[in-house]
Design a binder for this molecule. Structure first.
Ligand code: EPU
Length: 348
């Protein structure tokens, strides 16, 4: 039997904690223990505590990339520190260290206010800085990995602090070593290197048109951010208004032969050849063509604004949302022979 109270310096521990306000799909789940860690140095002591050390551990940032299909039977760890420190600004690039609890969008705006480049396409992505490397968040042709220098994390396997280089992190499309070993790492800070001047990424569909509509001919990073902000606000449902976790499915990457067959059958199929010869498809397009955009079962739905976004219209439970997502997967698989994979972590 667990003790009802555990006192640890630098940590606020709550037993049987509600999670509805801590996940952006607003699923009403609970966890056995919630640890709000105010100083990363308190983490090893917390995880070694006899009452907690054998429990499954789930690091939680803004809760914008998870679907709870049931209660979490173990410990949820939320890293609280949000300091941004300038480590070196002597050269052409600025080196920053950001604690995991900082809000991603707050951090992006902080960099823009200081005239730094690199993250302007990634404005308005929900979630925390500590969660960004896990699924290598990205949007509008840019991935966060492009600016990440190192990641500081507690390694639960070796029981040591690790400072991982970008190469160690094995970043890929919405993927990293942290995503592949979710019980192993707890990220406490991320180090970024951001140039003061760099070419802007304007090629992703919609950015140039948005800048033209804003009557901006020679944009800087702040104007690109403004264009992305307008595009996202128009296209994606706001988690503050309606529960959602952004893209619920990853864009599938399929082999060239299957892509060619699909293109022959569906000439309008959006597709992007990848460096390894495979082809990425737009999951949103497949879902919409399969007739699932705007689908609704009770309070679980697929957004009528963007087909990739699973939404909670009110009181949908985790299992109801997951059942609807499975229905979409099956419908797309039957129609196109492509199995979509969820982007968020589906728990427990
Ligand atoms: N499309 C549809 N129906 C829709 C929405 C889109 O057919 O309802 C088509 C569009 O016409 C376009 C294609 O799907 O041809 C791609 O759509 P979009 O440009 O909106 O991008 P996406 O591939 O659906 C990805 C990211 C988003 C990111 C956007 C913009 C993934 C899984 N999603 O979406 O990321 O904002 O590109 O860069 O890679 C997120 O990860 O949570 C997220 C929102």
């Amino acid at each position: 039997m667990l003790p009802a109270r555990i006192e640890l310096p630098g940590v606020t521990l709550t037993e049987d904690a509600p999670l509805a306000a801590r996940n952006t799909l607003r699923v009403d789940a609970r966890c056995a223990w919630l640890a709000e860690v105010h100083e990363a140095a308190a983490l090893p002591g917390l995880l070694a505590h006899p009452a907690l050390r054998d429990l499954p551990v789930l690091p939680l940032g803004g809760g914008s990339n998870m679907l709870f299909t049931g209660d979490w039977p173990g410990l949820i760890v939320q890293i609280g520190g949000a300091r941004i420190s300038v480590e070196d600004e002597a050269g052409k690039c600025v080196h920053l260290r950001v604690e995991a609890g900082a809000g991603w969008d707050d951090f992006v705006r902080w960099t823009l206010a200081r005239g730094l480049c690199g993250l302007e396409n990634l404005i308005l992505i929900p979630g925390s800085v500590g969660a960004a490397p896990i699924q290598n968040i990205g949007a509008y042709g840019v991935e966060s990995a492009s600016c990440i220098e190192r990641v500081e994390a507690w390694d639960r396997h070796s029981q040591q602090w690790a400072e991982m280089t970008a190469r160690d992190c094995a970043f890929a499309y919405r993927d990293s070593c942290f995503r592949r070993a979710p019980q192993r790492w707890i990220i406490t800070a991320v180090r970024f290197v951001l140039p003061r001047e760099a070419p802007l990424h304007l090629d992703y569909a919609g950015i140039r048109e948005e800048l033209a509509a804003m009557r901006i001919a020679d944009p800087g990073p702040a104007q690109v951010a403004e264009a992305v902000l307008r595009l996202r606000t128009r296209k994606l449902p706001d988690p503050a208004q309606i529960g959602n976790a952004g893209s619920f499915f990853k864009n599938p990457v399929i082999d060239a032969a299957q892509a060619a067959a699909l293109q022959a059958a569906y000439p309008r199929l959006p597709h992007w050849p990848q460096p390894d010869g495979r082809v990425k498809l737009a999951a949103a397009w497949l879902i919409e063509q399969a007739g699932c955009k705007g689908l609704r079962e009770g309070d679980a739905g697929i957004s009528d604004r963007h087909a990739l976004v699973l939404v909670n219209h009110g009181r949908a439970s985790g299992p109801q949302l997951w059942a609807l997502a499975q229905r979409v997967r099956h419908t797309v698989a039957e129609r196109f022979g492509v199995l979509l994979e969820p982007e968020p972590r589906v728990l427990p």
